[in-house]
Design a protein around this ligand. Structure first.
Ligand code: AP5
Length: 219
């Protein structure tokens, strides 16, 4: 199963990807998560990415493309993967096409677009908390941890992401509209796009996602 998850910031891509990847036992490749980890560790990649991320802008294409190329050519991706947050520009989508051709991959099975109205996105992002150690994502109302402020999985401290401040969220939404939304048409033209209504509970969205994924398997 080779999937791309597309959607506005806070649409729930990461939450759904985490769950489906665990069920299917395939890697969940989140470029945002890889970049945040690099920022925390202070690596050269992190130092390069930090300024862009803090202001809600996209990290330059060549940086992110190199990172994804390395992941997709590794043996752990041989059985499939979920790309979450990549591609995000037409240049990244074209680069992904090239990587798939070069590596002899049969290509993507689906690009899933998670659709949520903007008011809901703002609610989701303002209540999001992530584990500072293992990056598991929670929501203070919709998906709270068992003990406030503590990760259920590893006991790490839960923190609010630096780019979830209201002014940065607005910048990220603008960037999504200008640079990422055109990918809906890009993948629609190639017959790969599937839309999932991402409103409602996490379980409801997951059921809709499974219906799309399973429908293709049966076909
Ligand atoms: P990234 O980490 O990819 O951020 P994003 O795309 O803005 O997406 P989010 O992680 O904010 O949201 P999500 O859709 O995963 O939602 P989640 O599941 O967490 O990127 C961050 C930055 O890195 C970018 O701004 C950029 O600078 C850089 N970057 C990354 N990739 C790049 C690329 N390819 N090119 C260039 N730069 C790149 O859910 C949100 C909250 O809602 C959570 O609290 C969750 O618990 C809750 N929730 C989820 N589903 C539901 C539901 N159904 N009901 C109620 N609550 C829900």
């Amino acid at each position: 199963m080779r999937l791309v998850f597309l959607g506005a910031p806070g649409a729930g891509k990461g939450t759904q990807a985490q769950r489906l990847a665990a069920q299917e036992q395939i890697p969940h490749i989140s470029t945002g998560e890889i970049l945040r980890e690099s920022v925390t560790r202070g690596t050269p990649l992190g130092l390069q990415a930090k300024g862009y991320m803090d202001s809600g802008k996209l990290v330059p294409d060549e940086v992110v493309i190199g990172l994804v190329r390395e992941k997709l050519t590794s043996p752990e991706c041989a059985r499939g993967y979920i790309l979450d947050g990549f591609p995000r520009t037409v240049a990244q989508a074209e680069a992904l096409d090239r990587i798939l051709t070069e590596t002899g991959s049969p290509g993507l099975d689906h690009v899933i677009s998670f659709d949520v109205p903007q008011e809901e996105i703002v609610r989701r992002l303002s209540g999001r908390r992530s584990c500072s150690r293992c990056q598991t994502v929670y929501h203070i109302e919709h998906d709270p941890p068992k003990h406030e402020g503590v990760c259920d999985k590893c006991g790490g401290r839960l923190v609010q992401r630096a780019d979830d401040k209201p002014e940065t969220v607005l910048a990220r939404l603008r960037v999504f509209d200008q640079q990422t939304r055109p990918l809906v048409e890009y993948y629609q033209k190639r017959g790969l796009l599937q839309r999932v209504d991402a409103t409602g509970s996490i379980d409801q969205v997951y059921a809709r996602l499974l219906a799309v994924v399973h429908a293709t398997r049966m076909a």
